[in-house]
Design a binder for this molecule. Sequence first.
Ligand SMILES: [Fe+2]
Length: 334
Amino acid sequence: MRMIHISQYQESKMKLAKPIYDAKGRVLLAAENRVHPVYLERLRHMGITTLIIEDEESKGITLEEMLDMRTWIEMIQGLKQIFDKVASNQLFPISVLQSIARKLVAEVKQRRAIMLTPSTSLPAELSPYAHAVNVTLISLLISKKLSYNDLQLHDLAIGCLLHDIGKLHSKEIEHTEIGFSILRKVREISFLSAHIAYQHHERMDGTGYPRGIKGSEFLEIAQVCAVANLFENLMSVENMPPHEAIEMIMTQNGVGYLPSVIEAFVRSVPPYTPGMKVALNNNMIAIVTRIESHIQRPVVRITSSNQEISLASNLNLMVSKVLTNEGLKKELHI
Ligand SMILES: [Fe+2]
């Protein structure tokens, strides 16, 4: 299976590899189905722009690096419930939050690599919550490289899940302060978690907001969330492929964020993800099949010969260009 932009869907050649869910988390279209053009239009209307499909090219790609779709949706639904309760001034559902955080920590602990399920594979209504879950996943991956202990992982997960809770009241700069004040009132939420909401738009050079803090005032744990937030936004809002988003974030080394955080980030997130079409430096065209031992050097399948090669054990070979995105950019006119 592989991910495509909805504009690349071809009914005669492609079946759904994963179900499509509605905003209530119900299956709208089951796996194995083909998508009728009328339905494609409906999906676009709902804000769904990424499809996970199976076709001739994607055979043998399992996307095991992705979280189980059901588990992912349940976490997103759970997070939405929390936001809804806070919006209507009900008792803060702390146990729901803690259980989502625990599940995410466990997922990240047991996996070597994680490939994000794009928030654009869900109806737009759910995208803020899918964004928060994805930011948490990236943050936890980074913090694994920073050797955080269980307590720090838990605080980080809670803070990341709720980093934008202030947006319930304002989408502007002040969402950070509002978020901080909401979280400070919940006894079970730590000072550090609340600071993640407060500081996730700050930058080390003092050009961030809301306070423009500098240097060590910008807590490392909040920097982890800030970098993850930036990466998720570049991918989902800007439609940028991971290798480009990573390059862009690397330019922020020591300027926006601590070199140790950027370095941990680069070592955590795969630039070439399964299903991507790439050109190698020997001019061969290949498709990424899986990520094994090396996060930057995946296993690829040469299109012309069907031969699988691990770039981790063939160091003379490297990805010279990502092709999927070139075609997609043309189609999207960007
Ligand atoms: Fe934010």
